[in-house]
Design a protein around this ligand. Structure first.
Ligand code: COA
Length: 531
């Protein structure tokens, strides 16, 4: 195994000077590339073994015409010398026999389907989505376990490899069905995936399951044994009982899996307010003209809403008050939703209005859609004295304890505490997608550069890096912040559920609104709001 796969990063490919069309084109070209999986050679070898690719397996598993809501397709992009397309794992939600399932499929054409940090994060996030929405999980297993050169970054910690199996036990205890289809290697810790599933299937003369492979056995005990003898399909179906069904090939295994899903009973759903849907009056393509790459400008969310809601009808709440936040009701694909959309910097009254609206939606059990493009909270003596921190805290409280699902679309820059108040990733929105032009950072590159140069100057001559002029320092910091706040940087690290083309926003919201109603929402229990 080569150590050329260190976690190197590539240069930012979304400089702020690019037009939206250029940014979108770049996103699609990266996306097209990852659809191929690993190298041509690896794919050819994989096929020569009679195996289907991970994406073909998913296609066969899902119903014809089923949507496939894929998560984090560009995970690990720009890292590891780009040797891990999609981080070697494909995750998403689709339909099997008419019911939504979460699919987790290893891509064995990418370094033998082994796990780097991003692979694990995707796997765990898929399990979280299955749990939050009470959806069955199907694991299409074909993996050599941990990518060994990365072991120190992926093995022992709480959210590392072991979490996958601990999640399986917890999900099982919650009554979430899990099926493993072993279609290739399932080595070491990975052996627990089928062993901990409710039902498992293995492909004959192809799937193997063992805690330690033949080389390890030879080293440890001197015993010589082949893969098949140690942990092949016949062994596990007839001798060990680790699997329940023996399939003759991939297609057969997927058919068995579909049959099993057809026997699941449905879970208790959340009653929701839904009527016959109608299309927006404005075509989705219009969103391309609204998306901005200049993060100093704010997107026109009023117009965005017109492009995504049924009949382009929006009922504002407190339209005349605290105009830097838009709150109101609309329908998306017939579902009643509460929308919160940024429209400028956050003042105390903005935060209070938003907190009020989150409460309202929670008491009425209306799911929420957040459209996020926020520069942050207002600063200055007057505002601190007025208690901006107190008002912001109310909003963050409301969002953190929201019992109704929040589906979050980041349409532009999302900066500082504004990201928190708008239900950033740390606040458990049910789903979070980014437009390709979106940015996430503690502050904009320019502001950060100004602040840091200011701090160094304030320290006096000893605090200033004498080798660099303030201008050089400024440019360096700005470039770094711009790079680290791009949507590509964020999605590579699974800070979101994926980048989406704005034209698909309504489609994705409709799908996720369907999905979030699959489990009853808890009662709203707010904490103490500082008054
Ligand atoms: N860690 C790091 N790299 C690994 C790996 C691992 N666990 N398993 C496979 N790879 C790499 C190989 O070095 C090779 O890299 P390359 O493309 O740069 O040459 C690539 O993945 C494909 O592996 P290869 O063995 O050529 O493909 P294969 O399809 O014939 O076999 C496996 C795939 C997974 C069955 C086989 O590589 C294997 O058994 N790996 C070891 C599994 C193991 O013991 N894991 C324990 C870790 S918990």
């Amino acid at each position: 195994m080569s150590d050329s796969v260190t976690n190197t990063e590539e240069k930012d490919s979304t400089p702020s000077k690019q037009s939206f069309q250029e940014v979108l084109k770049n996103f699609y070209s990266l996306y097209q590339k990852v659809l191929n999986g690993g190298s041509e050679k690896a794919v050819a070898l994989h096929r020569s073994r009679g195996k289907l690719t991970a994406r073909e397996r998913i296609d066969i598993l899902l119903d014809t015409n089923s949507p496939f809501l894929e998560f984090s397709a560009l995970a690990a992009n720009g890292q590891y010398n780009d040797q891990f397309p999609s981080a070697g794992i494909i995750t998403g939600i689709g339909k099997v026999n008419g019911r939504f399932v979460v699919v987790v499929a290893n891509d064995a054409t990418v370094k033998g389907g082994t796990y780097i940090r991003e692979t694990i994060r995707k796997h765990i996030r898929a399990q979280e989505i299955a749990t939050e929405n009470h959806l069955p999980a199907i694991y299409l297993v074909d993996s050599g376990g941990i990518f060994l050169p990365e072991q120190a970054r992926v093995f022992p910690d709480k959210e590392d490899f072991g979490r996958i199996f601990s999640n399986q036990a917890r999900m099982s205890a919650l009554g979430i069905p899990q099926i493993a289809v072993v279609m290739g290697s399932c080595t070491a810790g990975g052996a627990y995936i089928p062993a901990m599933s409710d039902e498992s299937i293995i492909v004959k003369n192809q799937g193997t399951i063992f805690i330690g492979g033949p080389p390890l056995v030879k080293a440890a005990t001197g015993e010589e044994v082949t893969d098949e003898e140690l942990g092949g399909g016949e062994v596990h179906a007839r001798i060990s009982g680790v699997v329940d069904h023996l399939a003759i090939d991939d297609v057969h295994a997927l058919k068995i899996c579909r049959d099993i899903v057809s026997g699941f009973s449905s879970s208790e759903k959340q009653p929701v307010n839904r009527i016959e849907p109608s299309e927006p009056l404005h075509p989705a393509e219009g969103l391309h003209n609204l998306a901005l790459t200049d993060s100093t400008q704010l997107i026109d969310h009023v117009r965005v809403i017109e492009h995504i809601v049924d009949g382009s009808i929006f009922h504002p709440f407190k339209a005349e008050y605290a105009k830097t936040i838009i709150t109101g009701f609309a329908r998306i694909n017939g579902y009643q939703v509460g929308i919160i959309a940024n429209n400028g910097v956050v003042f105390g009254e903005t935060a209070r209005k938003a907190a009020h609206f989150v409460q309202l939606c929670n008491f009425r059990k209306i799911p929420m859609v957040f459209l996020q493009n926020i520069t942050g909270f207002v600063v200055g003596k007057k505002y601190e004295h007025d208690g901006i921190a107190r008002d912001g805290a109310k909003w963050i409280h409301a969002v953190s304890t929201s019992a109704v699902p929040i589906i979050n679309i980041v349409t532009g820059g999302s900066y500082g505490a504004g990201n928190y108040a708008m239900a950033g990733r740390a606040f458990d929105p049910r789903f979070l997608f980014m437009w390709p032009n979106a940015r996430i950072g503690v502050m904009g590159g320019e502001q950060a550069a100004r602040v840091l140069v200011q701090i160094r100057k304030a320290k006096g001559p000893n605090g200033v890096n004498n080798e660099k002029s303030p201008e050089e320092l400024f440019n360096e910091i700005k470039a770094r912040y711009d790079y680290e706040s791009s949507a590509l940087y964020a999605t590579s690290r699974i800070w979101d559920d994926g980048i989406i083309d704005p034209v698909n926003t309504r489609k994705i919201l409709s799908l996720t609104l369907d999905i979030v109603a699959h489990k009853k929402w808890p009662e709203f229990k707010p904490g103490i709001y500082r008054m």
